[in-house]
Design a binder for this molecule. Structure first.
Ligand SMILES: [Zn+2]
Ligand SMILES: [Zn+2]
Length: 399
């Protein structure tokens, strides 16, 4: 009887423990990249080789986001005659073996390889609690020649670009389609606006006009996307502040910033190529599955990074505190950025030359976010973004 009571109690406790979100001290940080291309569209490598790279470089989750494509059905890739790609194919064949790799020569004696589908490559790399692959897509649309790209993370079917009569309408139509997908499947999904400064297609007013959108790329590792802006266009980081100033004013949820690779080129490396490993997010989640990752992102439990790693990140009693995981012989600048109520411009509230700092948000401030800049050079930078950074999400004052 006693044993029965105890075990019933144990089951009861377990049931409730499993149904409650863990306190942040028990949550884990997971490193992931939500923007990656492969041979399924315009990336230059096989999905398996890409998954292998991310898994062996300290990532816990990754999303292949090919343009208007899911890795499904039969697709044969013709391997370019360029020796780089011929050798890469040989390596691929050697690594995975002829039982796994299906290939043939076509009538022009070119090598064709059947690409592995998501269902095929996923079980080869996923490991419970260690590595997760999230089915995703870069919805690739445009308006008047302006590229409008939106990533949908955790898709169950392909989402076609929806078009529209303005940049804003194209974005909103695609976001609404992602919301419909969520209804249809009852599964969590997030959409994030990609590289707004690519082709300077998406301007601040377009971003401010969005409804129900919480995510965009404050950093994208493709060398053609102008994260830093130019003489006529503001940087994506400054855009982020203006967006949040307007969103808070209009009672919209905060816009969160992601860093991503947008990797296409796996063989040539340098500032002209979009390589893997440049930018990622760290998500503090209950466990490693799409729902936990997305739930955490939706409440802003993540930060963006191009190299700086945080040991601690909290927002308690309106105080934002960060502690950097220190790298040898490296110094850090921790800046707290936000905007005071009634002001038209964001500002740096405070900055510290330290690996640890806090800032207390007061009622007269709209929000605060933290940017950490390392003295350590990024090992493969783009634009003028030479040093490693991290960006926390913005936080607002609560009574
Ligand atoms: Zn894109
Ligand atoms: Zn892309």
């Amino acid at each position: 009887m006693n044993t029965l009571k105890t075990s019933t109690l144990a089951i009861f406790i377990l049931f409730f423990a499993c149904n409650e979100s863990k306190p942040s001290s028990e949550k884990q940080w997971y490193k992931g990249n939500l923007h990656t291309h492969s041979y399924w569209s315009d990336g230059d490598e096989f999905p398996e080789v890409i998954m292998d790279w991310y898994k062996n470089n300290g990532y816990q989750f990754v999303a292949l986001t090919d343009h208007n494509t899911l890795a499904e059905g039969e697709k044969w890739k013709t391997i370019s005659n360029d020796s780089i790609y011929q050798n890469a194919f040989k390596n691929y064949l050697n690594t995975y073996g002829s039982d796994w790799v299906k290939h043939k020569q076509d009538s022009l004696n070119r090598t064709q390889v059947r690409l592995k589908t998501y269902k095929e490559y996923k079980p080869k790399f996923e490991e419970d609690g260690k590595f997760l692959i999230i089915q995703s897509e870069e919805i690739t649309d445009s308006y008047n020649g302006k590229p409008i790209h939106i990533n949908a993370t955790n898709v169950k079917r392909k989402i076609d670009p929806q078009a529209g009569n303005s940049v804003l309408e194209v974005m909103q139509n695609n976001l609404d389609e992602v919301a419909k997908h969520k209804e249809e499947f009852g599964t969590p999904i997030i959409a994030h606006i990609n590289h707004p400064n690519f082709g300077y297609a998406i301007n601040l007013e377009d971003m401010i006009g969005l409804k129900n959108e919480q995510f965009f790329e404050v950093y994208n590792g493709h060398p053609a996307v102008h994260n830093s802006g130019n003489n006529e266009h503001i940087s994506t980081e400054l855009m982020w502040d203006y967006i949040n100033m307007a969103y808070i004013e209009n009672n919209k949820p905060l816009m969160y910033g992601l860093a991503t690779d947008d990797s296409h080129h796996y063989h040539r490396k340098g500032s002209k190529w979009s390589n893997a490993g440049r930018g990622w997010i760290m998500v503090q989640a209950d466990s490693l599955n799409p729902k936990s990752i997305i739930d955490a992102m939706e409440v802003g439990q993540f930060y963006a990074s191009t190299g700086v790693e945080l040991k601690d990140l909290t927002f308690e009693n309106n105080t934002l505190s960060v502690q950097v995981k220190e790298y040898k012989n490296t110094t850090y600048k921790i800046s707290f950025i936000g905007c005071e109520k009634g002001q038209a411009e964001p500002e740096e509230f405070a900055s510290f030359e330290s690996s640890k700092a806090s800032f207390k948000l007061t009622n007269n401030m709209l929000y605060v976010r933290c940017k950490i800049t390392s003295s350590k050079l990024h090992e493969n930078p783009i634009e003028d973004l030479l040093f490693e950074n991290a960006w926390t999400q913005p936080y607002i004052f609560t009574e």
